[in-house]
Write a protein that binds this ligand. Structure first.
Ligand code: ADP
Ligand code: MG
Length: 213
């Protein structure tokens, strides 16, 4: 089972070997075709199973093939993450996967000056990786708008709940267009995750994998 078989476009297929990704992981095998087809997804698989590329590749492909360029301050795909370290890491993977695509990406988290982040958002962003608190700050400053949002990803949703982000998440969800693709990633599959998924996802595919690869 190859990445080409999963339906990825040439610019992505050219990039994968450069990153050392020769064959898709089990999670990627299931996630990529479903996400390319536009489905919502609940992806519960343990750390190290390749969830990041599992959502990054189809998200980048859909943004390339569908929708219109991001208008000023608009974001077309939003990836919410619990910490700045994870924000940098996930943004790095998304940038690497998308190196042959003409898409703009950005990362925003708290604990650093908000002004450079506001400047970056001005020209519109295809994929924004952000922590919930800083994203709300940016929204309140009119630095970001969600009317063009096509895709929402919650990465490490279990950790976001553990860190007490549920209220900020609820506040953000209320700002997003209902018509969108939504994807929830988690290392665990708790009752709380199930509940969030029920409220957020539409007819989702559920991928639950406990083995590492
Ligand atoms: P998770 O989010 O599920 O914890 P990551 O997306 O962080 O996992 O991936 C774990 C590691 O596996 C990373 O170092 C990543 O570069 C690598 N990786 C992901 N997909 C592949 C692949 N198809 N082939 C080889 N390595 C991969
Ligand atoms: Mg991860």
């Amino acid at each position: 089972m190859t990445f080409a078989y999963l339906g990825l476009i040439k610019p992505l297929l050219r990039t994968l070997p450069v990153l050392g990704y020769i064959l898709p992981t089990p999670v990627q095998r299931q996630a990529i075709p479903a996400l390319l087809a536009g489905r919502d997804l609940l992806m519960a698989a343990q750390t190290g199973s390749g969830k990041t590329a599992g959502f990054a590749l189809p998200v980048l492909q859909r943004l390339t093939l569908e929708g219109s360029p991001a208008a000023a301050n608009s974001v077309r795909a939003l990836v919410l993450v619990p910490t700045r370290e994870l924000a940098e890491q996930v943004h790095g993977t998304i940038r690497a996967c998308g190196m042959e695509l003409p898409l703009r990406t950005a990362v925003a988290y708290g604990g650093v000056s908000i002004n450079p982040q506001m400047m970056l958002l001005r020209s519109g962003i295809d994929v924004l990786v952000a922590t919930p608190g800083r994203l709300l700050d940016l929204y309140r400053q009119n630095a970001v708008r969600f009317d063009q949002l096509q895709i929402l990803v919650l990465d490490e949703a279990d950790r976001m709940l553990d860190l007490g982000f549920s209220r900020e998440l609820e506040e953000l969800f209320a700002l997003l267009p209902a018509q969108r693709q939504t994807l929830l990633c988690s290392a665990t599959f708790s009752e709380e995750i199930r509940q969030i998924a029920t409220g957020l996802l539409r007819d989702p595919l559920t991928i639950e994998i406990s083995a590492p690869n």
